[in-house]
Design a protein around this ligand. Structure first.
Ligand code: ADP
Length: 668
């Protein structure tokens, strides 16, 4: 606006408008208020017709409409009259810029100069000045002259005008180009970046976004006049629809992207269907524009359809986004913000195209500015979504890891438990097995004992009977002798059985043991006396001097125990050797030791001799059942005492029954 003040305002009141005189200091200027406008609905008026008073009087002033020469979609032709002059100090050469490159036809009539016929539907070579906008050179005079512009367009008619000094325009253009290249460079790099992301992440959303950014950038490229200037200079028909086609295409890709981004198909199928239809409409309109680019009607209707479909798209995408964010989806704030920004820009641009908003720097570049912001925000939205997805994945992984760890712990615990149980069971089994083995050994011992003892006796009986038979055949009578032997043998057998049964009975009857105080010395003397016959030719040495020690005992059982020890001492030591019976005294117990100078017992058998049916030498001539010591130990333990063995092979044995003296009632 500074130009406005620097301009020498010299307004001449003419028939209907002010004349504008430019001074030497003005570098650029908006001449719109000085314009007079005539609408020619038929489009048939010629320059010469304008001189006619009835036509000339139809020009109306734009005095109060600075920057607002937006005439919307119209098939009329418009005539603009611009009365211009310059001060004597001002330059003669000026440039008139029309910053709206999609105007189909622009005819410029400057006094004394050939008419310029240009516009988007005419070749680029028709432009007198190489620029993305239509720029018309003027040669101003110091006196006022009227310049005429005739504009007609199949698109909306917006005629933003500006007068420039040539070097001022050049300067502005270099700045503008820098910004434009930055914008397109940014869009291009984002498009390529997202394309690469779509390949590396195998995520279709990035592809749709890349296609959207590419087509949008190209649309803007076309809309800003660069496409025409650089890409399709000889294709004015396409240039007229290029922006619409490309932006329509970008909107269709935006719908694709939004559907994928917001996952509308699975979450809101009805809305998704509408979006799908909307996207298809956008595509079809773009295709129709492209195919019917030569038809004014198609272009006009297509442009309006595009705006309607574009707004519907924004509405649908907004709704989807709002519903997703209400459903608690994260990562949508940037998406929503980018939509708001783009929507705002598109609204501003659309309203400007419809002529409801003035054309100025902001409204002209609204779409470009908003799209730059939108593309940036959308990238952030994508990054945000990736972040959220990664976090969700990490959380899921964490959960999976935790449950795996828990499972592992459980498995480990149950393994340990199982191991413990197996260990316990193995222990129990080992004990049971050992017991079984012991039992088996016992039975084997019992079997071998029975077979040995009884086989001997049965052998004796058989030989006696055979002798008896032979003697009878020969008439020899020794029946008494044979019967006597047979009698002794059978007695021996029954004795053995009796002994076995007795020991079993005794072991069981220990539970009903009756204890009474027993004066030890007297009792030992009695037992030795009772067993005199068993001791045979052995000499007995009694060493019983321990005083009046009394124990609690059942004499009938204890008799048996001591009797057994005496019998063994006699059995397993040579005839005539000494057997010592010794009483021992300790503060808490008394001991009855039986010592012989016989065979002795190897250390390996010291424990075993107390087992049932165990005999060190089962084949020996000494009769026995391996039950004596087993019974003795049980009797002694039933009295709360213990049995000691001290023996060496070949040097004799010493068995000692220890009985506690502090027990009046010994347990069993
Ligand atoms: P048995 O005398 O009927 O065989 P025991 O249980 O009394 O059964 O004795 C078990 C085994 O211990 C005997 O067969 C014998 O080999 C050994 N034994 C017992 N007492 C003596 C001893 N005083 N001297 C040597 N060996 C003995």
């Amino acid at each position: 606006m500074t130009g406005w003040f620097r301009c020498l305002l010299f307004w001449c009141l003419s028939a209907s408008a002010w004349a504008l005189t430019l001074d030497g200091k003005t570098r650029q200027f908006d001449p719109t208020p000085a314009i007079e406008l005539l609408e020619d609905p038929s489009g048939k008026l010629l320059l010469s017709d304008l001189e006619r008073p009835e036509i000339s009087s139809r020009f109306r002033s734009m005095e109060h409409e600075e920057g607002q020469l937006n005439l919307g979609f119209s098939s009329s032709a418009y005539w603009l009259r611009l009365p211009l002059s310059r001060s004597s100090s001002a330059s003669r050469d000026w440039l008139l810029e029309i910053a709206f490159p999609t105007l189909s036809e622009v005819d410029f009539h400057a006094p004394g100069q050939p008419v310029v016929l240009t516009g988007s539907q005419r070749p680029v070579s028709s432009r007198p000045y190489h620029d993305r906008h239509i720029v018309l050179p003027l040669q101003l005079e110091v006196f006022e002259q009227s310049y005429y512009l005739r504009v007609q367009s199949s698109q909306n008619v917006t005629i933003p005008l500006r007068l420039w000094q040539p070097d001022a325009l050049r300067q502005q253009r270099s700045q503008d180009l820098l910004l434009q290249y930055m914008y397109y460079g940014g869009v291009l790099s984002l498009a390529v970046y997202n394309l690469l992301l779509s390949v590396s992440l195998r995520d279709i959303r990035f592809l749709w976004y890349s296609l959207f950014a590419t087509s949008f950038g190209l649309g803007m490229f076309a809309g800003n006049g660069f496409g025409r200037l650089m890409l399709w200079p000889d294709w004015p028909e396409f240039d007229a629809v290029a922006q619409g086609c490309l932006l329509g295409l970008s909107a269709a890709f935006a719908v694709k992207f939004a559907r994928a981004f917001l996952q509308t198909r699975g979450r809101m199928p009805r809305l998704d269907r509408l979006m799908q239809i909307n996207g298809t409409v956008l595509l079809l309109v773009s295709a129709a524009l492209f195919i019917g680019m030569n038809s004014d009607l198609v272009v006009r209707l297509g442009s309006k359809a595009h705006i309607a479909a574009g707004m519907t798209m924004v509405l649908l995408v907004f709704t989807a986004c709002w519903r997703r964010s209400r459903a608690g989806s994260k990562g949508l704030r940037f998406f929503l913000l980018s939509l708001v920004v783009l929507w705002g820009g598109a609204m501003v641009a659309s309203l400007r195209m419809l002529g409801w908003l003035p054309t100025n720097l902001l409204t002209s570049y609204a779409l470009q500015i908003s799209s730059a912001l939108e593309i940036m925000l959308m990238s952030l939205a994508l990054a945000d979504v990736i972040r959220h997805e990664r976090e969700r994945r990490e959380r899921a992984q964490q959960k999976a890891l935790q449950s795996r760890t828990r499972m592992l712990e459980m498995v480990r615990t149950s393994e340990a438990r199982l191991e413990r149980v197996v260990h316990e069971r193995t222990g129990q089994l080992e004990v049971a097995l050992q017991h079984e083995q012991e039992m088996l050994e016992q039975y084997v011992r019992f079997g071998s004992l029975i077979s040995h003892e009884f086989r001997n006796l049965l052998g004796v009986m058989e030989s006696q009977l055979s002798l008896l038979r032979k003697e009878r055949e020969r008439g020899i009578d020794q029946l008494d002798k044979r019967l006597a032997v047979l009698g002794r043998t059978t007695r021996r057998m029954s004795e053995m059985f009796e002994r076995w049964l007795q020991s079993d009975r005794l072991a069981h009857s220990l539970q009903s043991m009756q204890c009474q105080p027993l004066v030890l010395q007297e009792w030992v003397e009695q037992v030795v006396e009772q067993n005199r016959q068993v001791l045979g030719s052995h000499q007995v040495d009694l060493q019983l001097e321990i005083g009046q020690r009394v124990v609690a005992a059942d004499p009938s059982f204890l008799d048996l125990a001591l009797g057994n020890l005496l019998e063994n001492a006699a059995k397993y030591s040579p005839e005539g050797t000494i057997i010592t019976v010794l009483l021992l005294s300790r503060p808490d117990a008394v001991g009855i030791a039986v010592i012989d100078c016989g065979l002795g017992i190897a250390a390996a058998h010291h424990e075993k001799v107390f087992e049932e049916f165990f005999r060190v030498a089962p084949e020996s001539s000494q009769r026995g059942m391996g039950l004596g010591l087993w019974l003795v130990r049980r009797i002694v333990e039933a009295h709360g005492g213990w049995l000691e063995l001290d023996s060496e092979l070949g040097r004799g044995s010493r068995f000692c029954i220890w009985l506690p003296t502090d027990r009046l009632e010994p347990g069993i």
